[in-house]
Design a protein around this ligand. Structure first.
Ligand code: A2P
Length: 316
């Protein structure tokens, strides 16, 4: 079967479920992508920062070579990192991802975060106190350079990631090409309903990262709540004879949100894809929505002092 898709404001479509690759070790990610494509995934979410685009690309190319899939049926996303925001660096950044992934175009290229860091190949350039050095490049200027990539045919669609509502409106004011999506942290602790409604009203889709509550985030502390262990999620899972992860994935799909769970475990990659034989009811979604607690798990702490940090002093 083909994965249901979401239509972008430019007429192109994106499979509603994709494989996330943040924190997928280079040694494990190729196998994960292979398993995912075999299972039916056609959407792979990547980023230069993840440090594994070469391995992702090897697996994709191998699958194409074997005749299991054609490039046109895959949806490949990458993201420009904060140190390449200066307009003259944008084309070089996308070409690096294209080379690493071994493809001639991306389906989607996102500005990973609104904050620019000091230009260069060190992703977290730091001063002698270990503090990240910022750059004052405005994401508006980065956006204008991203538009040129569409005109050059290097990327089919462009979008945002981790932008708040005010920042999205600033981009829309100057955009010749509208962003197709805003990819943000989204799960029952942080349902993003306001941002979702805001984006929808402007023809922008939402993409949910960390939909399972990012249990392996490096800064997780013992005793932090575990979304996959939440009794409400477990009770809904038991009702449908599905797993908590499948309920959390369906929670996004049933709201019309694109979702990209990460796994490098074969059984889980397959499990996370097997969500087409059930649907959450309105009541299930209402019950899950009671878990909202503004519970942001990915705060991007090293960028907090940046004037463009999206989550400081912003309502949504
Ligand atoms: P692993 O990659 O070892 O399989 P998120 O997408 O919210 O960031 O969550 C990713 C994390 O959740 C990874 O640690 C991943 O582990 C784990 N994970 C992925 N799928 C499942 C699943 N079906 N059940 C339990 N844990 C999962």
């Amino acid at each position: 079967m083909s994965v249901p898709s979401v239509k972008f404001n430019n007429g192109l479509s994106c499979p509603i479920l994709g494989l996330g690759t943040w924190q997928s070790e280079p040694g494990a990610v190729a196998q994960a992508v292979t398993v995912a494509i075999d299972a039916g995934y056609r959407h792979i979410d990547c980023a230069h920062l993840y440090g594994n685009e070469r391995e992702v690309g090897q697996a994709i190319r191998e699958k194409i070579k074997q005749g299991h899939v054609i490039r046109e049926n895959l949806f490949i996303t990458s993201k420009i990192w904060n140190t390449y925001h200066r307009p003259d660096l944008v084309e070089k950044a996308v070409r690096t991802s294209l080379d690493d992934l071994g493809v001639t175009y991306l389906d989607l290229y996102l500005i990973h975060w609104p904050m620019a860091y000091k230009e260069g190949d060190d992703p977290f350039p730091a001063d002698s106190n270990g503090k990240v050095i910022y750059s004052d490049v405005d994401y508006i200027d980065t956006w204008r350079a991203m538009e040129k990539l569409v005109e050059q045919g290097l990327v089919k669609s462009i979008g945002l990631s981790n932008f708040n509502s005010k920042q999205i409106d600033r981009v829309l004011k100057i955009a010749k090409i509208k962003p197709v999506t805003n990819q943000v942290e989204c799960h029952p602790y942080l349902s993003q309903q306001k941002l979702f409604d805001f984006c929808k009203a402007r023809g922008i889709t939402l993409t949910a990262y960390s939909p399972l509550g990012s249990p392996n985030r490096p800064w997780a502390k013992p005793g932090d709540p575990l979304l996959l262990e939440e009794p409400k999620v477990k009770s809904i899972a038991a009702k449908y004879k599905k797993t908590p992860a499948q309920v959390l994935i369906r929670y996004q799909i049933d709201r019309g949100i694109i979702v990209i769970p990460k796994s490098t475990t074969k059984e889980r990659i397959i499990e996370n894809y097997n969500v087409w034989d059930f649907q959450l009811s309105r009541e299930d979604i209402a019950l899950i929505s009671t878990m909202e607690c503004n519970g942001r798990l990915i705060p991007q702490a090293e960028g907090r002092a940046h004037k463009h940090h999206p989550f400081v002093n912003e309502e949504f």
